[in-house]
Design a protein around this ligand. Structure first.
Ligand code: HEM
Length: 202
């Protein structure tokens, strides 16, 4: 049973906590060591929970900014493009956006259990050629070039900060929520990297 998933209207292709998700090659002990390495503590869990309250209802506004960033950069929107004519695939963009909104809530609510760890591996596979396009049957390019995954951590987290400040919290609390997000996204993108890395090297 997943402790991460809430009861939610079903989102096509969102499979956290279901048996279709393959087991992460990483153990829970190795996850704990990675958390220590990024200085992720219980305090970060507390501030992520608070961010969940702050971001509730703001998901679409956040996604407008993130999708706007991707849409305004041809080298990024390319990865949502159709192989046939290179044009962005609207259905693919819309399907992924629903799971992205859910990911905002999941990042705030994460319990770092086996189901969560397994889904990180799955999200990595969905960016990599092992499983990109498969979830939505998208007619898009086969692989997201790895270099953009870590680079994307900066715009994702920097643009989130104003939204963390929108519900009247003080500068110190906003900063703590922001740092917790930064650590969590670094942790997640590190886990998502595994399919890109030669066996034995991760
Ligand atoms: C910090 C880095 C990134 C974050 C936090 C992020 C987040 C996400 C999330 C939450 C999903 C949906 C996962 C699910 O299926 O449940 C997703 C899918 C996707 N992302 Fe990213 N992403 C990042 C980097 C990138 C970059 C650099 C691109 C290139 C434009 C990209 C393009 C895509 C595409 C095309 C999908 C759909 C994959 C599929 O076919 O299933 N992502 N991303």
């Amino acid at each position: 049973m997943s402790t991460t998933a809430h009861a939610a209207p079903s989102i096509p292709g969102y499979t956290l906590g279901t048996p279709t998700v393959p087991r992460s090659p990483l153990s829970m002990e190795e996850l704990a060591l990675l958390q220590k390495t990024v200085l992720f503590t219980e305090e970060d869990v507390k501030y992520l929970r608070l961010s969940g309250e702050v971001l509730a209802g703001q998901e679409e506004a956040v996604l407008d900014v993130w999708y706007g960033f991707v849409a305004s950069h041809p080298h990024l929107v390319y990865y949502f493009g159709r192989k046939a004519d290179g044009q962005p695939d609207g259905e693919y963009l819309a399907a992924v956006r629903k799971r992205f909104a859910r990911w905002i809530q999941d990042t705030a609510a994460a319990n770092y259990d086996q189901a969560w760890l397994d889904y990180q591996y799955e999200i990595g596979r969905r960016h990599h050629r092992t499983a990109k396009n498969r979830t939505d049957g998208a007619p898009s390019v086969d692989n997201i070039s790895y270099r953009y995954l870590p680079a994307f951590i900066y715009p994702i987290t920097a643009t989130l900060k104003p939204f963390l400040a929108k519900k009247g919290h003080g500068a110190e609390e906003v900063e703590k929520m922001h740092q917790a997000w930064l650590k969590s996204v670094i942790l997640q993108v590190t886990l998502w990297s595994q399919p890109y890395i030669l066996d034995g090297d991760f």
